[in-house]
Design a protein around this ligand. Sequence first.
Ligand code: DGJ
Length: 542
Amino acid sequence: MNFRMFCCGALLCALGGTARSQPAPHLEKRGSATQLIVDGKPFLALAGELNNTVSSDLGFMKTVWPTLANQAHLNTVLAGVAWDWIEPEEGHYDFRIVDAALENARQNNLRLVWLWFASWKNGISSFAPAWVKANQDRFPRAQIGNGKSVEVLSTLSDNNREADARAFAALMRHIREIDATQRVIMVQVENEVGILGDSRDRSAAANEAFAKPVPQALLDYLTAHKEAAVAPHGTGTWEEVFGKGPQADEIFMAWNYARYINRVVEAGKKEYAIPMYVNAWIIQPQDKGPGDYPSGGPQAHMHGIWRAGAPAIDLLCPDIYLPDFIGITAQYTRAGNPLFVPESTAGVEGAANAFYAIGAHNAMGYSPFAVDRETADVAKLPLSVAYAQLAQLAPTILEHQAQGTIAAVSLNRQRPEQQVKLGHYILNAALVRSFRTPDAIPDVTGYGIFMAVAPDEYLVAGNNLQISFTPNTPGPPIAGLARQEAGHFENGRWVATRLLGGDDSMLRSDFANVVEVGQSGSGVRLRAGDQGMQRVRLYRYR
Ligand code: DGJ
């Protein structure tokens, strides 16, 4: 991924289009993080994805926009735009749905990420226009198993690819022309691609390509990039190079999806170069092999193939509905892939996921799915509370992401504590509990984000979490609390609302035990609400 080239493209594009004072949204490497730059500044996407088709329901959406902005504290909405909606007749474009969303985003101070549901949505081609679907001769489909065609456009067809690319280019051109206030900050191109029901396309065109030599460009990439962790065996056909069986099939499909989508992305970026990503329907526990999950999608073990085939794609993103959020985000940040989580859960787990992704992996954003579903008491939902905290903290978080002085934890009954080294101390984070029964683990989800703001000072935020501190540099061995404030940010400035101590900070009373491990027994208890954000200064003693 060539960020420098990308940035230049974004700037030129912005200058070439509607007059704008800022370069177009783009990615920038800042210190230890790759960040999304919007209006010339790093931006943290506190996002949510709409159900697939609600963006086409303009009446329903009227009430949804303000709720998302004012009660759920979102700053970004991921909204579907289907190929069929904008090009119902070949060559005749209708952007009314796009324009309505842009206008509502403007009015509600929201940003948009478009989900381009075109050749594929969840592996199938349900959102392709009828003139495409009904003309199989011109727009060939994939075949699986015994040669039956499925409602899935084949990756091997120039007609399919060019028709999609033309429509996408028209969409991006339109956005460039009308989006003067840069509401649109990213685009997801296609949705959860990959072939289901078989490990590869078995149409005549696919069989022919599969029997040909593996492209030299892929072999060269894999040889030069050991981190791709896919080792080719010499040269020859896909089976000769990658072995007979589903592995070769999956690599073949990944390459063909990547090449196809890369072309679509290039056509879109030529019109308006903003960050573009693909999302993965990740492997589920019951899946035995490719085809049970979409074969060829941007699975973590296929990232090398996708990078080789699709250099124009900026991010490879996971849709995470499985409980192992920590493990999956680790897989999706390997080899420098910046993290954005376009689909995941809401609730308290969602709050913990958002904090974790942003604090532990410098994520540029988090987005639970189906945010339009909730109607009552949205402001009190755990994720709304968490987003309200993150919104206040965002400028500080973005600075600390770049400086590498940020960390986060996500805890639950199975993983009730974690130690984090940050700055001059070790932060011993644990699920919040009573100081009288420190060994009783509560059945809650706890989460926190920590920033080292000065040598002995931390800004921490979260919920259901307690933190004690142990020195991690030479000097007196025990850390005590010098000053502890609960508060919030107003216009980027910390405002202390309460001075904490006593019951607020007594975590343990078994001092004989804690003193042995360099702790004072005092620390921070984070509770979303009045004590969800704290600034703490430490001192050390013998
Ligand atoms: C994943 C897809 O990407 C979404 O569009 C949506 O269909 C959800 N699954 C539904 O759970």
